[in-house]
Design a protein around this ligand. Structure first.
Ligand code: PMP
Length: 434
């Protein structure tokens, strides 16, 4: 039995002075029950908690750590930059180099503006789309996540023509109303919306591979048709590649699927583990940003030299080492192993996987959208999660999040995760015996 005494002590202190004890909600383990483990150290594919327990990490800080924890070259680049000054609020060479690496990797991105988080980057992308088209409305997909800005915390109203409703108190109804929410992978809904209200729609904003309702893949033709239909209606297509950028391919999901969005949002990997975000795209749209255009956007720490140095080193290592085929293979092997273990134990699961991102849904059928994802069995996932935690594997503490593998996971690590998964399914099956 692992002891979590120190984690529990820290959580008790944290809860007194930080709402819910955490600085981002999913970390609180509300999705799986129990109290979170506080992490003290990470190296490669492993993390250690404050009680000294070791875990194989399948979260990777929710995606940034595609090279694993504390990769030597990335840490050195960040330290070197920090020794020369942590922030200037003036132009620095590192931001030019990072912008160059991004525009070289993503052909649709002719110009890029660096910001501090994915949330910020999406906000700017939407503002640009509205300014460029002169239209007010944004189309998003149910179960997608684009950060916590007011207008995007909207859920579907009833009926397609209905305006979005706030998902939480504090979001003004008329801000959410400009967001129209349709089911992921539902082209009929998109067509109907663009046909009836196309002239009001500034942009269609989509995660090209959904990662925030668990991993849900775009069905064949979905992204292609979004491109065609938005061109026809004069709306912009925005790919939110905060997760998929430099993850599912060096050139992001847009390169993998061969689609050129008008604007792209990035985050996570491009900061090498430091806070960052980016919005990029067609030059004529990006030129609308201040100071060359009228669309205002700014940030004291934007283009921060430490984050840019870490991000640039990460992108350079990814280009030089090309870990993608290996990540692809390890993702596939792990997904297949989980399916087999579950099947042997008689536990119905669906494993959605693309490259190094995957989700084990406790669900008997296919998971293709939020409707199907939301009917997964959260209780079984929680049992699975805790069995794996006890077995030394750290999974996302929610049924509706993605697992991420890194280039630091070896074949042996995948085997070890597989063994822990096998044991977890057997425990689950044993508990289900009458
Ligand atoms: N877009 C997507 C697709 C995301 O997954 C996230 C965060 N997980 C965001 C935007 C927001 O990014 P951040 O947490 O950096 O604000």
């Amino acid at each position: 039995m692992k002891s979590h005494a120190e984690s529990n002590r820290l959580m008790a202190r944290a809860e007194k002075i930080i709402p819910g004890g955490v600085n981002s909600p999913v970390r609180a383990f509300a999705g799986v029950g129990g109290s979170p483990v506080f992490l003290a150290r990470g190296q490669g594919a492993r993390v250690w908690d404050v009680d000294g327990n070791e875990y194989l990490d399948c979260v990777g800080s929710w995606g940034p750590l595609i090279l694993g924890h504390a990769r030597k070259e990335v840490v050195e680049a960040a330290c070197e930059a920090a020794h020369r000054g942590t922030t200037f609020g003036a132009p620095c060479a590192q931001e030019v180099a990072l912008a160059q690496a991004i525009t070289s990797a993503l052909p649709s991105v002719e110009q890029v503006r660096l910001v501090n988080s994915g949330t910020e980057a999406v906000m700017t992308a939407v503002r640009l789309a509205r300014a460029f088209t002169g239209r007010p409305k944004v189309v998003t997909f149910e179960g997608g996540y684009h950060g916590h800005s007011d207008g995007l915390l909207a859920r579907a109203g009833s009926g397609l023509a209905t305006l979005g409703l706030p998902v939480c108190p504090g979001v003004p109804a008329n801000w959410a109303a400009d967001t129209l929410v349709v089911p992921y992978n539902d082209l009929a809904a998109v067509h109907s919306l663009l046909e009836t209200r196309g002239r009001e729609i500034a942009c269609v904003l989509v995660e090209p591979v959904a990662g925030n309702m668990g991993v849900v893949l775009p069905q064949e033709g979905f992204l292609e048709e979004l491109r065609r239909a938005t061109l026809e209606s004069g709306s912009l297509l925005i790919f939110d590649e905060v997760i998929t950028g430099f993850r599912v391919h060096h050139g992001g999901a847009q390169t993998r699927y061969g689609i050129s969005p008008d604007l792209t949002v990035l985050g996570k990997i491009i900061g090498g583990g430091f806070p960052i975000g980016a919005v990029g795209g067609r030059r004529e749209i990006m030129q609308m940003l201040s100071p060359c255009g009228p669309v205002y956007q700014a940030g004291t720490l934007s283009g921060n030299p430490v984050a840019c140095a870490a991000g640039l080193t990460t992108l350079k290592l990814l280009a030089a080492e090309d870990p993608y085929p290996q990540l692809e293979n390890r993702g596939r092997v792990l997904a297949e192993r989980i399916r087999q273990d579950a099947s042997r134990a008689g536990v119905p699961v669906v494993v959605n996987q693309l490259a190094s991102m995957l989700t084990v849904f406790f669900h008997g059928g296919k998971v293709t959208d939020y409707q199907t994802a939301s009917t997964a069995d959260k209780g079984s996932y929680a049992e699975f999660f805790h069995a794996l935690l006890a077995g030394g594997v750290y999974l996302p503490p929610s049924q509706w999040e993605a697992m991420f593998l890194s280039a630091a996971h070896t074949d042996d690590d995948i085997q070890l995760i597989g063994q822990a998964v096998d044991q977890a399914f057997q425990d689950l099956a044993a508990h289900r015996q009458p």
